[in-house]
Ligand binder design. Structure first.
Ligand code: UDP
Length: 331
């Protein structure tokens, strides 16, 4: 594999797994991360870490030039749905405006391939589940809108310039590197599996269930949970495809095609840990859809990617193993 991949947000949760997957596949990697939510220690030492902002044009363009960057994987951004509802401008700045600058830096620097972390939140409240890529994109929170706006920019840029992209619409990413090299480490978690394994390791005394009156089998929210290592692998395969077929761009759902309710996730955590974590029923959280499950037919047809860890208990086990490591590290 020729050249270097620039990974923005490579010190964060999904980005640090993508760095490992790229290195394991033989790529050279340079990370740009401002370390607001990421950690320098999460970046594998085989990669170079540049600390700074993706809107810093001099820094980004200099990095692209000095490292011979041939492709960008863009993970940096803000990801908390309820926070996007209370602070929308933060999301438009960190996700939309910053992406615009990064994309421009890629075009100006002659970097022709771009992989973008998009989200199932672009669909809003899908009328049909599992949801397919061509179904209506009507986000119900600023997080989803901020990501959809970047997808739209990428489509226009790919039309105008010698540049192709793959927008990967993540469903619910969870778990950790099965070899224990990285995991979800940022404090102040809001995502369900992270919260549940924090409870399982004594960092919380209960888990709140947000909404029990959704139109789902048990009334709680249903999500398509995908193991972070499977997701990282999809990025490496998408990059190979962008390079092999330069004229073509893609937008692909990343999920397993089936969902679990909040209560089913908490049952899995109880099963794996042999605990009975207290559940407190509460109102719906603003901005939450009832059910989000991927139709993953497109990614299966487009990439030589096959899920390797499509099992809720495996996801929970890997998340838990990482959480225990974090506990030791922080004492
Ligand atoms: N959820 C919950 N309690 C929590 C965190 C999340 O009941 O402490 C629910 C949430 O309402 C949704 C599902 O779990 O139905 C997944 O939420 P998460 O925040 O993990 O991801 P999102 O789908 O919002 O990106």
């Amino acid at each position: 594999r020729e050249g270097t991949v620039l990974v923005t947000g490579g010190a964060g949760y999904i980005g640090s797994h993508a760095v490992l997957a790229l290195l394991d596949a033989g790529w050279k990697v340079v990370v740009i991360d401002n370390l607001t939510t990421g950690f320098a220690w999460a970046v594998d030492p085989r990669a170079t870490l540049v600390t700074g902002n993706i809107e810093d044009e001099a820094l980004v363009r200099g990095t692209m030039r000095d490292h011979g960057v041939v492709a960008v994987m863009h993970f940096a951004g803000s990801i908390v749905v309820p926070e996007s509802v209370s602070d929308p401008l933060k999301y438009y700045r960190n996700n939309t405006v910053a992406s615009r600058s990064l994309i421009e830096s890629a075009v100006v620097s002659g970097v022709r391939h771009f992989i973008f972390s998009s989200t199932a939140a672009t669909y809003g409240m899908p009328e049909v589940v599992p949801v397919r890529e061509d179904m209506p994109k009507l986000p119900i929170n600023p997080y989803g809108t901020s990501k959809l706006m970047t997808e739209l920019m990428l489509a226009d840029v790919a039309f105008a310039h010698p540049f192709n992209y793959c927008a990967l619409r993540y469903f619910n990413v969870a778990g950790a590197d099965p070899k224990g090299r990285t995991g979800q480490s940022t404090a102040g978690a809001t995502h369900l599996i992270k919260i549940a394994v924090e409870a399982a390791t004594g960092k919380r005394d209960h888990v709140t269930v947000f909404g029990t009156d959704y139109a789902t089998a048990d009334g709680t929210g249903v999500r398509d949970y995908i193991h972070v290592s499977d997701l990282a692998d999809a990025h490496v395969k998408a990059l190979d495809l962008l390079i092999a077929e330069p004229g073509k761009s893609h937008t692909l759902n990343c999920g397993y095609g089936h969902g679990y309710s909040v209560l089913e996730v908490l049952d899995a955590v109880d099963r794996v840990t042999n605990l009975k974590i207290e559940r407190r029923m509460a109102e719906r959280r603003p901005g939450d859809a009832g059910e989000l499950v991927a139709d993953n037919g497109a990614i299966l047809a487009t990439l030589p990617w096959r899920p390797q860890r499509d099992d809720l208990d495996t996801i929970v086990q890997d998340a838990l193993a990482w959480e225990r490591k974090l506990t030791e590290r922080r004492g």
